[in-house]
Design a binder for this molecule. Structure first.
Ligand code: CO8
Length: 257
């Protein structure tokens, strides 16, 4: 299957998804949204894929929602059509999804990277929520996920001034998990995804689910949720195998990879 705005490649047990609208710095229009949803749905049901990487070009992960597409939208159409709600499907993707960010990750681009499970950034990455300069505000989590990631002070600074932060600042602030040399970006992200894809998938999915719960409920509820998931993993063959392998000083051969 080929797509107009996305390239899809399989590397081992990893799906590498590349946003491919170079003429618009990967601006996120409805075609990108629909194609990404289709790709993620296909990956979700493909047992040969354990994790995915989402990347863009060297110059831009994505420079935001497509301003040319949005310009003439009115309130009634935006509201009744629930404009951009299709992006929520990316957030409900259950397999691990790593954002490999080089260049601009602005507006919806920064928000898309934040929907991913973690961000590996090239030294050239620049993050920002410049919507204020366009007379609007972020609409896909920029005021919420960013605030949880970097705290109120920096989130307010970015959302109110529209300034960009570089990879170093983003890593110190907690938005980015790792910074790598630009030429190693995709390789490092795929290696991380391949590692994840080699673990027991029930444990991987539950780890993702449990970390995400931390953003949605109280500490007590989150700890109880984590404990139940932890208990349930003792019902899996992979727990027996993982612990036996440790004791026997060998590599675990997980059945549910
Ligand atoms: N939408 C549409 N086209 C864009 C966008 C965009 N967001 N960003 C860049 N482009 C286009 C430019 O119009 C230009 O096209 P053309 O050659 O036809 O004029 C081409 O990409 C190259 O861009 P530039 O010439 O501007 O490249 P520069 O290197 O000079 O500048 C910048 C790069 C700084 C990234 C600059 O392009 C820029 O400021 N872009 C807009 C950034 C922005 O404001 N983003 C926020 C958009 S609003 C938003 O994201 C709302 C989020 C709500 C939910 C999101 C759902 C996905």
């Amino acid at each position: 299957m080929s797509y107009e705005t996305i390239l899809l490649e399989t590397r081992g047990r990893v799906a590498l998804i590349t946003l491919n609208r170079p003429q618009a710095l990967n601006a996120l229009n409805s075609t990108v949204m629909n194609e990404l949803r289709q790709v993620l749905t296909a990956i979700q049901s493909d047992d040969a894929i354990g994790a995915a990487v989402l990347t863009g070009s060297e110059k831009a992960f994505a420079a935001g929602a497509d301003i040319k597409e949005m310009q003439s939208l009115n309130f009634i159409d935006a509201y009744l059509g629930d404009f951009i709600s299709g992006w929520d499907d990316v957030a409900s993707f259950r397999k691990p999804l790593i954002a490999a960010v080089s260049g601009f990750a602005l507006g919806g681009g920064c928000e898309l990277a934040m929907i991913c499970d973690f961000i590996i950034a090239s030294k050239t990455a620049k993050f920002g929520q410049p919507e204020i300069t366009l007379g609007v505000i972020p609409g896909m989590g920029g005021t919420q996920r960013l605030t949880r990631a970097v705290g109120k002070a920096k989130a307010m600074d970015l959302c109110l001034t529209g300034r960009m932060m570089d990879a170093q600042e983003a890593e110190s602030a907690g938005l980015v998990a790792r910074i790598v040399e630009p030429e190693r970006l995709v390789e490092e992200a795929v290696a991380a995804a391949e590692k994840i894809a080699g673990f027991s998938q029930p444990a991987v999915r539950m780890a993702k689910e449990a970390v995400n719960r931390a953003f949605e409920q109280t500490l007590g509820e989150g700890l109880r949720f984590e404990r139940r998931l932890f208990h349930s993993l003792f019902a899996t063959e992979d727990q027996k195998e993982g612990m036996a392998a440790f004791i026997e000083k060998r590599r675990a051969d997980f059945k549910n990879r």
